[in-house]
Design a protein around this ligand. Structure first.
Ligand code: SF4
Ligand code: SF4
Ligand code: SF4
Length: 150
């Protein structure tokens, strides 16, 4: 997954590989931006998530990440799901570990069990991922569409 505020995949490929500052990485207080082997940035949700603080977009001088993309960028290019096999709350055990960090209230329980993620509310911030004691939450990266196609 790419950091938020970047909606042109070709810019990640052309600008980030030549970027010496890596300002997105150093500006992120949550420390969730890493540089991949190919020289482009990605998000790592293993410990924390994105607060949409805008720091990375403000720090990125080549405007790969830009607040001009803000109208489209209060989400990250990923879809999160909860595995009904792996989730203990789908198997009769009371657990709200994922619900508490979800400030968007996107994880819906049926009473005390069977949590599902409401795709309309989920911003793909990633905070739930590392909180699940059985690693029952996973994600798939989705395609980044360039702005002109939005
Ligand atoms: S600061 Fe901008 S150009 Fe540099 S690596 Fe990060 S996103 Fe790419
Ligand atoms: S918006 Fe803030 S928390 Fe999210 S990746 Fe950028 S700097 Fe990190
Ligand atoms: S369900 Fe979506 S919005 Fe809620 S914590 Fe998980 S990734 Fe973030």
């Amino acid at each position: 997954m790419r950091p938020p505020y970047g909606f042109n995949e070709s810019l990640f490929q052309s600008e980030c590989v030549a970027c010496e500052s890596r300002a997105c990485v150093t500006s992120c207080e949550e420390e969730i931006i890493l540089i991949r082997a190919d020289g482009t940035p990605m998000l790592n949700f293993s410990k924390k998530g994105c607060t949409f603080c805008e720091a990375c977009a403000k720090a990125c001088m080549p405007n790969v990440l830009s607040l001009e993309n803000q109208h489209t960028s209060e989400s990250i290019n990923a879809r999160f799901i909860i595995s009904t096999e792996g989730c203990v709350a789908h198997n009769g055990v009371i657990c709200f570990a994922c619900k508490e960090p979800c400030i968007d209230d996107a994880i819906l329980f049926n009473g005390m069990f069977n949590p599902v993620i409401d795709m309309d509310l989920c911003t793909a911030c990633g905070y739930c991922l590392g909180r699940c004691p059985t690693q029952a939450i996973s994600y798939t990266a989705t395609e980044i569409k360039s702005e002109e196609h939005l």
